[in-house]
Design a protein around this ligand. Structure first.
Ligand code: TYD
Length: 146
C-alpha cells in the first residue's frame, strides 16, 4: 500500500497525489472492525488526531492549505464531501464509508462540506498543531503554487 503512494515533500503536489485508500475491514456478525496503522495503511507517522462533529446543516469546514502536514480523513459516521484544489484543478471526494479514507499530501487547498446529520469526520495529521503551517488566504495559496 505505502509503496503505491508518492511521498510529496513540498508544495508541488497535485490532485494526482491524492489517494482514496481502502482500509482493512474485518467483517463479523458481531459488527465490523477497521484498522489504520501508521506508515502501513497511510504513508506517514501520526502526530495528531482530531475530529469534527455536530456540524450544523450547510456549514463548511477547512478552506485552507497546509505547508507541511499530510492528512488522512475518514468519515467514521455519516457522510461529507472533501473538495480538493491544487491551484489548477478541483476534485470532489465524497466520503461515506468508515473503511475508506482520503490521503492528502501537503500543499493542497481543501474544504469539507455537505455534512450529513450526525457526520463524524476523523482527521489524522502528520504534525502537531501549528497555526504557522496554515495558508488561509486563497490568493496566498495560488502564489505558493507558482
Ligand atoms: P481549523 O483547522 O481552522 O478548522 P477547520 O479547518 O476544520 O475549519 O481550526 C479551527 C480552530 O481550532 C482554530 O482556531 C485552530 C484550532 N485548532 C487547534 O487548536 N488544534 C488543532 O489541532 C486544530 C485542527 C485546530
Amino acid at each position: 500500500m505505502i509503496s503505491e503512494i508518492t511521498r510529496i515533500k513540498n508544495l508541488n503536489s497535485t490532485l494526482t497525489d491524492v489517494k482514496l485508500i481502502d482500509l482493512p475491514k474485518i467483517e463479523d456478525p458481531r459488527g465490523n472492525l477497521s484498522i489504520i496503522e501508521e506508515e502501513n495503511h497511510i504513508p506517514f507517522k501520526i502526530e495528531r488526531t482530531y475530529w469534527i462533529y455536530d456540524v450544523p446543516g450547510g456549514q463548511v469546514r477547512g478552506g485552507h492549505a497546509f505547508k507541511n502536514q499530510q492528512e488522512f480523513i475518514v468519515a467514521l459516521s455519516g457522510s461529507f464531501d472533501v473538495i480538493v484544489d491544487d491551484g489548477k484543478n478541483k476534485q470532489v471526494f465524497s466520503l461515506n464509508r468508515s473503511y475508506m479514507g482520503l490521503y492528502l499530501p501537503m500543499g493542497l487547498w481543501r474544504q469539507i462540506q455537505n455534512f450529513s446529520t450526525n457526520a463524524l469526520a476523523m482527521l489524522l495529521s502528520s504534525t502537531q498543531f501549528s497555526e504557522d503551517d496554515y495558508i488561509r488566504e486563497y490568493d496566498e495559496f495560488l502564489k505558493y503554487k507558482k
